[in-house]
Design a protein around this ligand. Structure first.
Ligand code: OOG
Ligand code: MG
Length: 253
């Protein structure tokens, strides 16, 4: 298949919520080609009217890398159609085999046009918030190589951001948890995200510059999960909580 044909296959799998087979088992492609497939598949969403609203990072914690058997940071594109408000219902029929992750989101204050340092973050980032990311690999059994998952827009499917909070001096040593109903299904510390979640912003700026993607005022960055992801059961209240930042809720239906 050409890169464009792979993009069409992955876009159709996402749009119809039907899993497709892993690409890398029949055809090899490298990381740059994988990002080109991702770009081409997002073009199809934009052509249907969806808008790019920011970037998500993946595999920024060892727990996530271990869960999925891959060992490098990745990034994907978020669109307005993936965005849910806290308190919304999440219709599971729109997805293949969705999983939830507790995350931290950042709101961009000023266009990020080059790689920024930790010291520059207050100049470019307005606020942060607890978030839920819903990932939904378009590959059967959620199995993929690093190139496969990049091509598949890093499993991006939906996200929900809680109330924005002013940036604290540090985002270290905060408890992060994911709860289904009354049961805590995942919990860790914010340090699980690159030893410092603010480093996700620096890495997003580096990757945006490298791949020519936007990080503009009003757009968002998802830092990457602090814990492994959990399959979402039906009729379940999903809560992501970040100590001092608050929480964010979706209910699966
Ligand atoms: C890839 C997406 C990983 C994260 O936060 O690490 C990700 C996957 O696990 O399917 O979103
Ligand atoms: Mg994630």
């Amino acid at each position: 298949m050409t890169l464009s044909e792979i993009a069409t296959t992955l876009d159709a799998a996402a749009a119809t919520a039907k899993a497709t087979s892993q690409i890398s088992t029949t055809q090899s492609f490298d990381e740059d080609e994988a990002y080109e497939i991702q770009r081409l598949s997002l073009e199809k969403r934009y052509a249907r009217g969806e808008k790019y609203v920011g970037m998500k990072l993946g595999f920024t914690s060892f727990a996530k890398m271990e869960q999925m058997g891959v060992h490098d940071m990745i990034w994907g594109r978020l669109t307005d159609a993936m965005c849910y408000k806290s308190g919304d219902q999440l219709p599971l029929a729109k997805f293949i085999h969705p999983r939830a992750e507790p995350e931290i989101a950042f709101l961009i204050k000023k266009d990020i046009l080059q790689e920024i340092s930790l010291e520059e973050i207050p100049e470019y980032i307005l606020a942060c918030a607890p978030a839920i990311e819903v990932i939904d690999s378009r590959y059967q059994n959620f199995r993929f190589s690093l190139e496969d998952v990049i091509a598949d827009n890093c499993s991006s499917a939906a996200f929900c951001i809680g109330a924005w909070q002013p940036l604290p001096t540090s985002l270290n040593d905060l408890a992060i948890s994911l709860t289904f109903g009354t049961q805590t299904v995942q919990a860790d510390q914010s340090n699980a995200i690159l030893d410092n979640p603010y480093l996700s912003v620096c890495n997003a700026s580096r990757l945006a510059k490298k791949y020519g993607e936007q990080l503009l005022e009003g757009q968002v960055i998802l830092a990457g999960a602090a814990t492994p992801a959990e399959f979402i059961p039906i009729n379940t209240k999903i809560t992501a909580k970040v100590q001092t930042l608050g929480s964010c809720v979706l209910t699966s239906v």
